[in-house]
Design a binder for this molecule. Sequence first.
Ligand code: KIV
Length: 599
Amino acid sequence: WGPGRAAAGATGAAGAAGAAGAGGVGGGQRRRPEYVPGQISDPGYVRIFDTTLRDGEQSPGATLTSQEKLAIARQLAKMGVDIIEAGFPIASRDDFAAVSQIARLVGNETDEHGWTPVICGLSRTKFDDIDRAWEAVKEARNPRVHTFIATSEIHMQQKLRMTPDEVVASAVKAVEHIRGLGCSDIEFSPEDAGRSDPVFLYRILAEVIKAGATTLNIPDTTGWNMPSEFGALIAKIRDNTPGADGVVISTHCQNDLGLSTANSLAGAVGGARQLECTINGIGERAGNASLEEIVMAIKLRGEDQLGGLWTGIETTHIAPTSRMVSEFSGMVVQPHKAIVGANAFAHESGIHQDGMLKSKDTYEIMSPETIGLVRQDDAGIVLGKHSGRHAVRTRLEEMGYPLEGTALDSIFERFKDLADKKKGGVVDSDLEALVTEGRGNEGAVWEVLDAQIVCGTMGLPTATVKMRGPDMVPRVASAVGTGPVDAATKAVDSIVGLPAELTDYRVNGVTEGIDALAQTRIVIAPLQDSEATMTSQGRRRLQEYSGVGSHSDIVVSSTRAYVSALNKLINALKLRQEAERSAAAEEEEAAGVPAPAAN
Ligand code: KIV
């Protein structure tokens, strides 16, 4: 790859002049250029557009509640992501509510450097989609609507059944419609651009620029392109599309051939200054370009190999964000995944260990600390039953979980419990399991106080569960089942009264040894009041809720996981009812019905 090309819409000279070293990424060492739609004042600056909450959530098996989406969005903002694609608001009422909440809250929160991320909503070129997307994002300080239509022959003929002229007209009308709504930050994507005729791309892109698009995103929707081919496509688009020098060009690379990171970087070298990606690379089919890979490649090699590219990402937030997304989405990170896999900083062979002991640079091209991991033995603290609140708080903070107040109290209580049982001391993965169980469960409605399960080959598995609900009154119920987990969930159902179908169940030993913590993840689908969601690829799926529990007894950890998933379902139903009530009130107000008098 050659040196980077001048950024779209950039002013000043291209290249690396004045660029800070690898450490210049984020962390306040370089000033991020002010956000202007379609313009970047620094030619080497690359915007990071995170689509974990939209494309990432389209991963088969991944499912996030509104609360989890909000927590992830906050974490992305903390990391310094430039644009957060918060969802596909037309997909369902829950999607709409989640995007609006993120726009209202995260889209107006400013970090210590004065930065607020752009909040983006996806839409097809249909006006209904666009109206819904704009409605959802418009309260953000910097709202963006992203609209797309397919441009490859196969998609236009087989899927859309539209002529190229009709596709151009639809794209132009969509962009004009978005502008007409008052939105000045407009992204357009020619879906399946990687397999589209470049000459047709120049035409449709020129037309949408004239209509008001400010970012042109070039998706390799099927992961078909080779890096040299994709980099050249971006360069050709820049050179041949009238008006392209007044907008930002973006990449969106799927990973079907495992080339999404390479293609995104090649696109940046070709002139793209926005890269779309997801945490842990989750997404449709084989996933998307992974944020951590793109960002770390640019951080480490941007200066000497990529013509001076840099991003505004604070990389020490990468590891905690990766864990959060993995826990919430249930998409387990493979151990040998670049940057964030469990083995990414593990050295097994004798020769490697010898090298590491002499100098860490022998086998590590980045330190784990750069991505927010602190080696437990380097921290010099061994946590056990005599450890105090301060030591636990410090270790949690080093691990990227700055907890205070009641959140810390409840982790500390569970830590003490565990430390009493665990002879070898409490390790990072134990602490992480405790944090995970609590996370996303804020505003919990039901709590498991005690559980007693009898099982084996003699007699029916029987569970007795003691729980406390919103009225704080303890309740006890027993049930029999086909197995211990079935018995426990039935006992819970008889107390909570909101039966759900268990659609996925996984149990994981968090640490080694007989006294290890077991972490259980359960996914449920409500039996009543279930709502279907549509993905941007037109796939229909039922809204599901996941919960995580941990305990040294796997049935107790399963019961906690089930109750945590039920709590999320209950909170989602409450949010939906509130949204329905306020929509009805707005309709009544519009119709001139007087509001009931307050008493
Ligand atoms: O893969 C794709 O083409 C997309 C677009 C909507 C950007 O997700």
